[in-house]
Design a protein around this ligand. Structure first.
Ligand SMILES: Nc1nc2c(c(=O)[nH]1)N[C@H]1C(S)=C(S)[C@@H](COP(=O)(O)O)O[C@H]1N2
Ligand SMILES: [Mo]
Length: 180
């Protein structure tokens, strides 16, 4: 009986806290909104980029990307959005490459303000067809992104399941060599 009441309490507490159980939904998205992103780690020039700064890169308009969760569930679509390539941002920051084989051991960690993180390898961004469509975006239908994505988000549009690397409330792109 004691456990039953305690469990009931936990369920009620989670319901009121807006716990998301992995579906990416949160109760109060406004608190996660980011106005700029940083580019950090193994780069020659650490950057802070606002939406206005992002507009200075070559811009690409993307028509439609269906969003499919890792579970296979359809979670909607991104339509008519505008952004810039992760590749172009990293070229501006200049990845630090000491040895010929360094890039093969590097990843880019994209972090959001809610703690969500995904990784890209240097090779998929710079040396595979995936890289063409890894976009940091800031506009949909000609308007700034709403609070449910923050002002800056990213997506890897050619992934088989696009939900996981659709990073809402993007905050930081860190370049890191992960093996010696
Ligand atoms: N910042 C952030 N981005 C995120 C997530 C998250 O928890 N935090 N969840 C991801 C997952 S697993 C999916 S399927 C989609 C869910 O998008 P939705 O909230 O629009 O359904 O967002 C992705 N992007
Ligand atoms: Mo997901």
């Amino acid at each position: 009986m004691f456990f039953t009441i305690r469990m009931l309490f936990v369920v009620v507490a989670l319901a009121f806290s807006g716990a998301s159980f992995g579906d990416g939904k949160v109760a109060d998205p406004a608190r996660y909104v980011t106005q700029s992103i940083t580019v950090s780690g193994a780069v020659e020039h650490a950057l802070i980029l606002s939406v206005d700064d992002l507009r200075q890169f070559p811009q690409h308009q993307v028509g439609e990307v269906s969003l499919v969760c890792q579970s296979g569930a359809n979670v909607g679509k991104l339509e008519n959005f505008k952004g810039v390539r992760l590749r172009d941002i990293l070229e501006r920051a200049v990845v630090k490459i000491a040895g010929h084989n360094d890039v093969k051991k590097m990843v880019i960690i994209a972090s959001a303000s809610d703690g969500y993180k995904v990784v890209f390898s240097w090779s998929e961004v710079f040396n595979s067809p995936i890289g063409e469509s890894v976009m940091v975006f800031f506009e949909k239908d000609g308007l700034p992104l709403a609070d449910d994505e923050g002002r800056i988000a990213m997506v890897s549009a050619k992934d088989i399941r696009t939900g996981p690397r659709h990073v809402k409330w993007l905050q930081d792109l860190e370049v890191r060599k992960i093996v010696e």
